[in-house]
Write a new protein. Structure first.
Length: 173
């Protein structure tokens, strides 16, 4: 098997894994956490933010933004211009909407929440900390979930795109 389809497959798979994690959070984890009282919510988010930093998640989270542009570069030029354009779009959407939003929006909020001493606070302090975290975090999360899903859709489109066929030269007629 050639390198191009392998890189395209890995780029698409890693993008799909990230989109899947964000989708799972959006439809199950976040609604479940919303039912918890503030101290339990904060403790759960602190625990999730600790364990998500692992080699398996890192492989997909950093794999997608590295493999998408590599795949685009491998498919640059004719007859693969459709794949190239879809992969460039997927790269831009993922870099800005997923990786960028995570780095600029979600991680700073996670870091702030990590320093909150949930065991030594009042219920009112926990409620205030949650209010300052949950709303902004969920808004940023929804952006990255949508962006990752769009990037995945574009990458799948690149997988399905067919090379441009050469049209016969009819200039001699």
């Amino acid at each position: 098997m050639q390198a191009k389809p392998i890189v395209l497959t890995l780029a698409t798979a890693s993008t799909g894994l990230v989109a899947g994690v964000y989708y799972g959070f959006s439809v199950a984890v976040n609604p479940g956490l919303a039912r918890l009282p503030a101290p339990a919510y904060i403790a759960a988010m602190q625990a999730i933010n600790e364990v998500i930093v692992n080699p398996f998640f890192a492989a997909s989270f950093f794999g997608a933004p590295l493999l998408l542009p590599l795949a685009a570069a491998l498919y640059a030029g004719r007859p693969q211009v459709r794949r190239f354009r879809l992969l460039v779009a997927a790269t831009g959407v993922f870099w800005v909407g997923s990786l960028g939003v995570t780095v600029v929006g979600n991680i700073p909020l996670n870091d702030r929440l990590a320093n909150f001493p949930v065991a030594n606070t009042t219920a009112a302090q926990a409620d205030d900390a949650r209010a300052h975290f949950a709303g902004p975090w969920n808004r940023w999360h929804n952006v990255r979930a949508l962006a990752s899903t769009l990037a995945l859709t574009l990458a799948v489109g690149a997988c399905l795109a067919t090379p441009r066929s050469k049209t016969p030269d009819n200039s001699n007629k």
